[in-house]
Design a binder for this molecule. Structure first.
Ligand SMILES: *Cc1c(COP(=O)(O)O)cnc(C)c1O
Length: 721
């Protein structure tokens, strides 16, 4: 198993013409730096990040904050080893890291006595330096692993390594989104190949039409949790098969079906090859549902009937659905399905009808095999990701369970506090909170301390974070415009009320709602003595033309007289940009078309940092909004048509901005501190931070869905297949 001390590989610049090879021997005084770099614990330790940054600030920025590349390329190691300040920081970080790994007080102590929970997801957003995520679903999965580690929940993640990741977004001079894919060198990421007891790299295979696909298995350490990632890019496979795992959401439906077999079937086989027999299997979205078929196959090979096996698998499976948009669920035509799955009925001890019925759904155009239906049928614990989404989901799928009393519950999404809270705010909280707040962030009582923070202090820290965000945005915009051949924009006004909006540009999120009445928007932006500015960012899926059109519309607005310089759109949204925006914005804007936002999480990150939400009462916000911790857009009601809904929401958006948000922001007391505003900030932190943390969320999964099923799986005691 991959626990030999990591060696930093030589650098091969695959993109440059010249291949430069540099290798550093890490000085003895800093010998544990590679171990730190290979465990993503550093991504939620401000001091560990500071350690890497101090080593080589320029490289730290230019490598997307990738410490493996940093260690491979820097020539500052010797100097750092003899710098007493650096050495002291190193000692402190390594002590904290060691203490974290050892244990300490944790609600669910991972003591090896329990089999783990396997958590399967098509994407994981852990850090910008490991680009195997596209948006909120992936970030949620990453935050889930991090909190499982913090809490001591025994858990192993399973996903796919995409060598070209998700695309990088460029905006050209017309605001058109261009997609660039860059291959990354796995040796320069925090990845190690998983080996078996004999020290050999493990390999698993998955049957594809007419051939076997071979997969190698990487491991990422996330604190005390491991994430296994499957990778088809090996010489044993045909050339086109090697590219099956090249891109996240990057192919047609054949590639999608193959990727889902890789994740579900290959994932279970990878666990076995690594010696793992989890007790509970969690499917994060329908993409992972083939894992249930592979588990049935194992049980049938071990002597069970198809029906018995199906029950056992369902009993030990958890399924989370995230998609209230009907078209968002993966489904395959019978032709495509049977081309790939022809051999499966036999292996499952059933016939074609038996397998087909597990996922069958009738669409207007005919029968399909639907991955959400499969996941719902092969799990007993099923959940949506907010209360409202629970209602919507039961409306969509409830008819599947008529009679047997099964249903779909909800566990509202959250965010990993330590990955999203600005370090400076964490330090401020340390001064006013009781000593245990860092262990019990999910406990609302712990956050009472926020009341005690003097308004001026919270405001000062916020202004500092805002300034850093604005500088970051200016710097990125300068580079972006330079590349597009455009002149630089005037500097931002650090005093102006600043709203952030960043997420995937799926059309239901209505990124252009703010442009419904451009003249009204211009008046708001140039309010006399009360300026307002907006920062937008987000990627549209490469096949989503309407989403790309939204980007173009925002871009055109950003060039328009009366908005230019006060209304900007930043390219290449990722977790790094997200972190800056949620930590530095004054207000976080979100205006999806209700009820299509299953939960949403970016607003939770913002509120944690004291940026109140200004949002449609959809997803998580309709649970969190209490009238004093932010603002609502529109009403909790249904409309006759989307157009009517858009018009009503747009009007509400402008009006609330004009009549409530702008006046409150600019109401200053003698001290210059906006006391009324800071009260809303505090209320936002206090109400959102505990309830919408993944610490609360993962606890709920563990207590309500995982642990009651533990022991129901024929796992460790019976080695099937
Ligand atoms: C948090 C996050 C998201 C989710 O944003 P929503 O507004 O909830 O859709 C998407 N992308 C990135 C990079 C994030 O960090």
């Amino acid at each position: 198993m991959a626990d030999e001390p990591p060696k930093i590989p030589p650098v091969r610049e695959s993109r440059g013409e010249a291949v430069t090879v540099m290798r550093h021997d890490i000085p003895g005084e800093l010998s544990r730096l590679p171990e730190l770099a290979y465990n993503l614990w550093w991504t939620w330790s401000p001091e560990a990040q500071e350690l890497f940054r101090r080593l080589d600030p320029g490289l730290w920025e230019s490598t997307d904050h990738n410490p493996i590349r940093l260690l491979a390329q820097t020539d500052r190691l010797r100097a750092a080893a003899s710098d007493p300040g650096f050495a002291a920081l190193y000692e402190r970080v390594m002590r904290d890291f060691g203490a974290y790994l050892e244990g300490g007080e944790r609600p669910f102590r991972e003591d090896g006595s329990r089999d783990p929970v396997a958590y399967f997801s098509m994407e994981f957003g852990l850090h910008e330096s490991l680009p195997i995520y596209s948006g909120g679903l992936g970030v949620l999965a990453g935050d889930h692993l991090k909190s499982a580690s913090d809490l001591g929940v025994p858990l192993v993640g399973v996903g796919v390594l995409y060598a070209q990741g998700y695309f990088r977004q460029r905006l050209n001079a017309e605001g058109r989104q261009e997609e660039a894919y860059e291959s990354f060198e796995p040796g320069l990421r925090p990845l190690r190949l998983v080996r078996n007891g004999a020290g050999e790299e493990i390999r698993v295979s998955v049957e594809l039409p007419g051939r076997e696909l071979r997969l190698k298995v990487w491991e990422v350490r996330v604190g005390r949790v491991r994430l296994l990632l499957l990778d088809a890019d090996i010489p044993e496979n045909r050339e086109e098969d090697r590219r099956l795992t090249a891109r996240l959401y990057g192919g047609g439906e054949r590639v999608r079906l193959a990727q889902e077999l890789i994740l579900g079937v290959g994932g279970v086989r990878a666990l076995r090859a690594a010696g793992l027999h989890p007790d509970v299997y969690h499917m994060n979205e329908g993409h992972a549902a083939f894992l249930g078929l592979e588990r049935i196959r194992e049980l049938v090979a071990g002597g069970r009937s198809f029906e018995e096996a199906r029950e056992l698998v369902a009993e030990s499976s958890v399924f989370t659905t995230h998609t209230p948009v009907p078209a968002g669920h993966d489904r395959f035509s019978p032709e495509l399905f049977w081309e790939f799955m022809g051999g499966w009925p036999r292996a499952l001890g059933t016939d074609r009808e038996g397998l087909w019925n597990l996922g069958h759904r009738e669409e207007e155009w005919g029968p399909t095999f639907n991955m959400t239906v499969l996941a719902l049928r092969l799990s007993r614990a099923r959940n949506a990701v907010s209360e409202l989404h629970g209602e919507v989901t039961r409306g969509m799928w409830g008819n599947l369970f008529s009679g047997n009393g099964s249903t779909i519950t909800h566990i509202t999404n959250g965010v990993h506090t330590w990955s999203w809270l600005a370090g400076e705010l964490g330090e401020l909280f340390d001064e006013y909170a009781g000593p245990a707040w860092r262990e019990r962030v999910e406990d609302p009582a712990v956050w009472e301390f926020v009341r005690e923070i003097p308004a001026g202090e919270l405001w000062r820290v916020h202004l500092k974070l805002k300034e850093r965000m604005l500088r970051f945005v200016e710097e990125r915009l300068r580079a972006q415009r330079e590349r597009a051949g455009l002149p630089p924009l005037p500097a931002f006004d650090p005093e102006a009320l600043t709203l952030g909006f960043a997420r995937r540009f799926a059309t239901y999120k209505r990124a252009t709602l703010i442009l419904s009445d451009i003249e009204r928007l211009k008046r708001i932006v140039h309010g006399p003595g009360r300026p307002v500015q907006f920062v937008f960012a987000g990627k549209a899926h490469p096949a989503d033309e309407p989403g790309k059109e939204f980007i173009r519309a925002l871009y055109r607005a950003s060039e328009e007289e009366g908005l230019a310089g006060r209304f900007v759109i930043l390219e290449d949204y990722d977790m790094n940009i997200a972190r800056h925006l949620v930590q530095g914005s004054d207000v976080w804007l979100n205006n999806p078309r209700r009820p299509l936002e299953a939960s949403g999480t970016s607003g939770q990150k913002a509120a944690l940092n004291g940026a109140p939400n200004f949002s449609v009462l959809d997803g998580w916000w309709c649970e969190a909004y209490d009238g004093e911790n932010g603002w609502a857009i529109g009403e909790e009601r249904k409309y006759a048509s989307p157009e009517e809904q858009d018009a009503a929401d747009a009007d509400s958006l402008y009006r609330t901005l004009e009549e409530e948000i702008v006046p409150l922001y600019y109401r200053r007391e003698g001290s210059g501190v906006p006391e009324g505003w800071v009260a809303v900030m505090k209320r936002a932190v206090k109400t959102v931070a505990p309830a919408f943390s993944t610490q609360r969320m993962v606890r709920e999964y563990a207590e309500r869905l995982y642990f009651p099923r533990a022991g129901t799986s024929p796992g460790r005691s019976r080695r099937e297949g």
